[in-house]
Design a protein around this ligand. Sequence first.
Ligand code: C5P
Length: 365
Amino acid sequence: MTTITRPAGTVSVRVPAKINLQLSVGPLRADGYHDVVTVYHAVALFDEITVSAADRTSVEVTGEGVASVPLGPTNLAVKAAAALAKATGRRSRSVSGGSSGRGSSVGSSGRGAAGGSGRSSFRGSSAGGSGGSSPRGSTAVKIEIRKRIPVAAGLAGGSADAAATLVACNELWRTGLSPSELAEIAANLGSDVPFALAGGTAVGLGRGEQLTTALAAGSYDWVLAFGATGLATPDVYAACDRLRAARKSGDGVPAATPPELSTELMAALRTGDPAEVGPLLSNDLQPAALSLQPLLRRALAAGKEHGALGAVVSGSGPTCAFLASDADAASELAVGITGAGVCRAVVQVTGPAPGACLVDSGIAT
Ligand code: C5P
């Protein structure tokens, strides 16, 4: 058995990707969001975040799609550390250098190295935004993100990293916040962040941040097909609004009706039978994602052709999720979809997976 020993004062957290088994989208709200009814399902594809006390806040990203991970203050993990620091009233000491981050990222414009996988980093001011000179009691942290969840893929990878950073800093700083207090901070960071904390299978209302655990039995075998390029969530919601507006002016049908939870899907999830669940997967954002990346149609078709029980774009896409009857069927499906040449890569995963949890802590007890 291999034991990984972390240096004292570091905390590591593992956090899953999510797919949406149902995503029903209501009309555009005045605040720019849409009311949704969604069924989140965490899958065993994990990012790992390690935080440690530091003189200055820095982010280092390795792994899948680092080129597209924002570095510096716009990184959601940095925002998560800052939000936790603020909520718990941690001191942030001023140091010379002021509040703007000093990017030392590889490449330009605060992003990482070119290429799908690699390493990039940023060093800036304290997470609190006003500098931090002392590891003890300061808000400055070194955040290391090991990515396996693709970026801008509809799998809530950025939200997952934010959730993991909340859990890690909560432990590092011994703030003692409860899960519900962390969930409240998470909801302000992004609609999908509370679910990354919770994991499992859950119904999300409001923007998606109001969670109720779903009564779901069994475990499910999935194949995820990753797109060649990402899709930005706001672009996909905007495309959804445009498609609905065009439809409304065409046939007089209301652009969007209030979303409702699928009682059929909830009943199917209680049986634990993938053959019941597969045909009930649904996503109101799918037509919008397909309009932006027409190749996704071929990916969905290839999955069905190779025996998927259900095929759906996950969230805002472009990842397509395919449900299989068991692990062997998922392996065959993965081979078939790979052979069809309609996506960048496929992975086989199971769900539900647990939410953000500590994997290691070098904190003395
Ligand atoms: O909550 P989050 O920051 O992840 O949302 C990103 C963007 O996705 C929002 O700015 C909005 O454009 C869109 N969105 C939405 N309705 C939701 C969730 C997200 O319109 N329920």
